[in-house]
Design a protein around this ligand. Structure first.
Ligand SMILES: Nc1nc2c(ncn2[C@@H]2O[C@H](COP(=O)(O)OP(=O)(O)OP(=O)(O)O)[C@@H](O)[C@H]2O)c(=O)[nH]1
Ligand SMILES: [Mg+2]
Length: 302
């Protein structure tokens, strides 16, 4: 797959921070686009396609005005289109509840999809006590879910809580987001032992209902523990039981055998719908000796 067929987009302040972190892990196989009304987000990112949604050049954001951000995104579509032309998979990261990310993400998702790309949105949801931001986020979610193929909600509260529990600061919680994006892009973008590709992802995302993305890893001999971790997603409280679709990639070192792969897959999918469509891929990576990693897109959730 050509590098330009995979595109990571950050929208708004938090989205750009997440996207830069995620892209740094997959920079050789994907492009990066940053969209914001605040120049701060582009500092030191000359390698990225930067879309500055501010005609005056003086703003620090479009607080509380998603509609204005949407309008400015639409006005910039000619330029954005040049980056989207070859994109087959577009991953958009954003934090909902501000003006820029909330307003532009919907338009970016819509435009990418219209041009034939599969669109995965990772959307951070504000803390419940930020009632104004939460309301703005909730108002945007239905259109966003409609515009994207998969919309993965990430509770910022849960992210912060998980980070504290593991004695990381809030910013380090973004490591999980980076791992999700890296997992997705490396699953789709690289050749594996059993290869997965965009057609597989397309057939999984068409199942109706909620969807989520999961990454977990652990020692080769303890697939049960890895599956337990995978089911307890750090990012959002969502049950996987009864899932109707699952694309799963198992990655391990040269010491991984077919029995590791099948034990992992059987464990992971055991609570899913009996007619669940499971698409399996596997990949060997030298840096994973003694370890296994699972990356999964699970769909058709109630
Ligand atoms: N906990 C926490 N939440 C954050 C942080 N930064 C952003 N957020 C959340 O992420 C959401 C989006 O914030 P930003 O990305 O800064 O907003 P934006 O899209 O740039 O929008 P405007 O600046 O208003 O145009 C907000 O609702 C906040 O709840 C942070 O450092 N910590
Ligand atoms: Mg901002």
């Amino acid at each position: 797959m050509e590098s330009s067929s995979l595109l990571v987009i950050g929208a708004g302040g938090l989205g750009c921070r997440w996207a830069r972190g995620a892209h740094s892990r997959v920079s050789s196989e994907s492009d990066l686009m940053l969209v914001d009304a605040d120049m701060e987000s582009f500092k030191g990112a000359s390698y990225a396609h930067c879309m500055h949604l501010d005609p005056t050049g003086t703003e620090k954001g479009i607080a509380a005005l998603p509609a204005l951000a949407a309008h400015r995104t639409i006005s910039a579509l000619d330029e954005i289109d040049q980056v989207l032309t070859n994109a087959e998979l577009v991953v958009i990261l954003t934090g909902l509840g501000g003006g820029t990310g909330t307003g532009s993400t919907i338009e970016l998702a819509r435009a990418s999809r219209q041009r034939g790309a599969i669109v995965v949105v990772v959307a951070g949801l504000p803390f419940a006590e930020q009632s104004f931001r939460s309301r703005m986020a909730n108002d945007a979610l239905p259109s966003l879910e409609d515009a994207a193929d998969i919309c993965i909600r990430v509770s910022l509260e849960r992210l912060a809580w998980q980070s504290r529990r593991r004695r990381l600061n809030w910013q380090q919680g973004s490591g999980w987001i980076e791992e999700l994006v890296e997992g997705l892009i490396s699953t789709i973008g690289k050749l594996g032992k059993i290869n997965l590709d965009l057609m597989d992802l397309k057939s999984i995302v068409k199942h109706k209902g909620g969807a989520t993305l999961i990454v977990a890893s652990g020692p080769l001999e303890d697939t049960r523990k890895i599956v337990e971790d995978a089911r307890r997603s750090p990012l959002i409280d969502i049950g996987l039981d009864g899932a109707k679709g699952c694309l799963i990639q198992v990655e391990g070192g040269p010491d991984m055998t077919l029995s590791h792969i099948s034990s992992m897959t059987e464990n992971f999918t055991s609570q899913f719908d009996e007619n669940c469509q499971v698409i399996l891929g596997a990949r060997v990576s030298d840096r994973l000796i003694g370890r296994l990693r699972v990356v999964a897109v699970v769909s058709g959730l109630d």
